[in-house]
Design a protein around this ligand. Sequence first.
Ligand code: NAD
Length: 295
Amino acid sequence: MQILDGTLVAAHIKEQLKTEVDALKSSTGKTPHLAAILVGNNPASEAYVGHKVKTCAELGFESTLLRFDTSISQRDLVNEVRKLNEDSSVDGILVQLPLPDHIEPDMIINTIDPAKDVDGFHPISQGKMMLGQPTFLPATPYGILLMLEHYNIDVAGKHCVVIGRSNIVGTPMTILLSRNGKPGNATVTLCHSRTRNLKDLTLQADVIVAAIGKPKFVTADMVREGAIVIDVGINRIDDPTKKSGSRLVGDVDFDNVAPLCSYITPVPKGVGPMTICGLMKNTLEAAKLPKPVYN
Ligand code: NAD
């Protein structure tokens, strides 16, 4: 069994990105600039945005963090996104989800200029991805592809079972794994909360991608010998042995599943750091695009 080490792969990719950023700066004077919007102070969201801002600094990107109280109206948040669209110094816009209940996430995401949609959530980005056209790929599935590439894991012809159908992880993952590309050409089954006999399907899987949001949901009896397991889940569970009283676990029962696998991602230090790489690669690409002029 080999651990797919997200921290290690991310370190390699970040080194490449630093070199590319330096080259961009010296040839054009341009510094990639990511603007992040955080509404409220959900501790998990704070941590995710904090990592992204810190990585920008590490790579020599500029970043701006705009914080708003949960009382901000949908209309005002839309206007804040529009201001970032019109700000030619901003290359990438990220709106940290989830948003408060009174704000429709689609309204906000649809407002982002697709040329700055570095999280790859805009319908235009998702549509282009589905059609196989060049676009910003959603950061987490993109990060998983980068991880597979790094370890030379060829999924062509393999049966991949993706559990979870969110627009940001599960569904785009199925499209990217099945497209005629590299990595790609897999045969994919998408499972979700209404799937019957999930275990029968996962037991046929060469590759399992778990994106459910339920701690240790994928158990050893669901995984066949030699499978590749990608655990996207990030769940906080109580752990009185920790100073904080809690720890992070994935959607996979790592201790019991890992011995069966040929490759497995840990949580933390698996998919999480790769998601940030996906975002940073998208932001660098966005910085290379010509900026539209708004009147
Ligand atoms: P979501 O909450 O939007 O969707 C969960 C999916 O799980 C749904 O499609 C649902 O149909 C499916 N599901 C629920 N119960 C199920 C069951 N019993 N059997 C089969 N499927 C079931 O999920 P999301 O936003 O894709 O996030 C999933 C997990 O991944 C969460 O833990 C989230 O925190 C984590 N996440 C991690 C990263 C990262 O960078 N590592 C990025 C995004 C999300």
